[in-house]
Structures are given as structure tokens and as C-alpha cells.
Design a protein around this ligand. Structure first.
Ligand code: IPE
Ligand code: IPE
Ligand code: MG
Length: 239
């Protein structure tokens, strides 16, 4: 099947990608983990291009979790630095009509990272193409708790009633409000878990776990995951 026709033949609006396996990639080569992350950033760049070329409407990349703060400071610092240089590059290019969005908590992030996020979102705000969400300092449980607190405040001030709050409109309290639910979650690296990624949004997603480490992830792997998704029978509880 032609590359362009793969997505057209699938009913797919939103893909989530857990970029995992950078550390193991480096370890296998007796390199510092930091180099695994910079190699992972290259895979990110090329995967982003592939998503645009394939015509995927929305993709969310998991780049840093709320749990990743427990790593050694040196590694966390190098991830923040890598993120900033990646953002500089994205802003220089502002190509492919991509709409950038960052999901996660910004409060505890270094000022420079927060600033880059704001600049990149503002710069791409007029774009009309693919949504590229980057989950950075993101945790699914935290997102849901924050959403519940926000809803509680609106209830307290009389802006919403309990009857008005339902599964459909609760999504507006999440970072991904106005984005479609996740259809497919791809996790390379051999791990078979969500690690707190888009737990609300992927309630009915299909999962494709792959043995490849993220820095080695190619367009072929992405296409294989999409073809696997195409074989699934999504029933959403029906028959
Ligand atoms: C994913 O790669 C990148 C982040 C979590 C930031 P890892 O660093 O988790 O790589 P492994 O799992 O140790 O191989
Ligand atoms: C998930 O990977 C987070 C990101 C890829 C950003 P982790 O490597 O942190 O997940 P665990 O610890 O294996 O569950
Ligand atoms: Mg990992």
C-alpha cells in the first residue's frame, strides 16, 4: 500500500507514542545515557516528519513524565537542555504547518523551558496542519486530579451543576481538551505498560508494543504499528 494511503484507509485521529529505550540503547554501546537521549531526539525528529507525511491528524509524544524527576539530577538536567535545543530548532524551522502544544504541568519546570514552550505554541498557533503534542512533565493521574479540582471550583462558584458534569464534557478539564481520544498507543523498548501516559484519553485505544529501542525506531516501525492497528477490531463494548 502507498504511504499516503495507509492513514486514509484507517479510522485514526490520534496516536500516542511513548519514546522509551534511550538508556538501554546507550548502555548497549557503553555510552552515557545522555547520548541515548540525544539519539532519541533524532528519532523524534524523523518520526515527526513521518507522521506529517503519512497524514496523521494528531500525535502525542511522551517526552518526560512526572515520575522522571526521580532520575539522577545530571540526567534530568541533560533532558531539560536537550528539550530547549530541540525547541530552538523547531522554532527556527516552523515548517510543515505543525501546531505545537505542550501537555503536563509547567509550574515546576525551569523558566527557560516554560518560555520555550510558550514561544513555540505562540509561533505555531496560526498553523493549520497536524497537532504535535509533547507530553513534558506529564502524568495522567495528576492531569485527572487537576481536572477534578478545576471542576470542583466551577461547581463551588455555581458555574456548573453536578448534572452538567459527565464523561463527555469532563475532557474539557484535561490538557488535551478539544483533541480527539487516542486511537493507538505505540510503545517501543519492549516494556508493556502505560507508565501514566494519557490514561483517560486511551481508555479505548489499541496498544502496539514493539521490541525496538526508541533511538532505532524508523518509519517502517511506525507503518508496521499502523498496519497492526488496521487489523484490530475495535468494538467499544458493542458486538
Ligand atoms: C525514555 O528512555 C526517555 C525518557 C524517559 C525521558 P529511557 O531513559 O527511559 O530509556 P530506558 O528505559 O532506560 O532504556
Ligand atoms: C515513560 O518511560 C516516560 C517516557 C517515555 C517519557 P519510563 O522509562 O519513565 O517508564 P518506566 O519507568 O519504564 O515505567
Ligand atoms: Mg524507560
Amino acid at each position: 500500500m502507498d504511504k499516503e494511503n495507509i492513514v486514509g484507509s484507517l479510522d485514526i485521529k490520534h496516536i500516542g507514542i511513548i519514546m522509551d529505550g534511550n538508556g538501554r540503547w546507550a548502555k548497549k554501546r557503553f555510552l552515557p545515557r545522555k547520548l541515548g537521549h540525544s539519539q532519541g531526539a533524532k528519532a523524534f525528529r524523523s518520526c515527526l516528519n513521518s507522521c506529517v507525511e503519512l497524514g496523521i491528524p494528531c500525535v502525542t509524544f511522551y517526552a518526560f513524565s512526572t515520575e522522571n524527576w526521580s532520575r539522577p539530577k545530571e540526567e534530568v538536567d541533560s533532558l531539560m537542555k536537550l528539550f530547549c535545543s530541540f525547541m530552538d530548532e523547531m522554532m527556527k524551522l516552523n515548517s510543515k504547518n505543525i501546531r505545537l502544544r505542550f501537555i503536563g504541568s509547567r509550574d515546576s519546570l525551569p523558566g527557560e523551558v516554560r518560555q520555550k514552550m510558550e514561544e513555540a505554541e505562540a509561533m505555531s498557533a496560526e498553523n493549520t496542519g497536524m497537532w504535535c503534542c509533547i507530553a513534558f512533565n506529564y502524568g495522567g493521574r495528576e492531569e485527572i486530579v487537576n481536572g477534578a479540582k478545576h471542576a470542583a471550583e466551577l461547581y463551588k462558584s455555581g458555574e456548573i451543576t453536578l448534572e452538567e458534569l459527565n464523561e463527555k464534557n469532563f475532557s474539557r478539564f484535561l490538557y488535551t481538551s478539544d483533541l480527539p481520544d487516542v486511537d493507538l498507543v505505540i510503545r517501543p523498548s519492549g516494556e508493556k505498560r502505560l507508565s501514566n501516559f494519557l490514561i483517560w484519553q486511551s481508555a479505548y485505544a489499541e496498544f502496539v508494543f514493539m521490541d525496538v529501542l526508541w533511538p532505532d525506531f524508523t518509519e517502517r516501525d511506525l507503518i508496521n504499528a499502523l498496519l497492526e492497528y488496521g487489523k484490530r477490531d475495535r468494538r467499544f463494548g458493542g458486538v
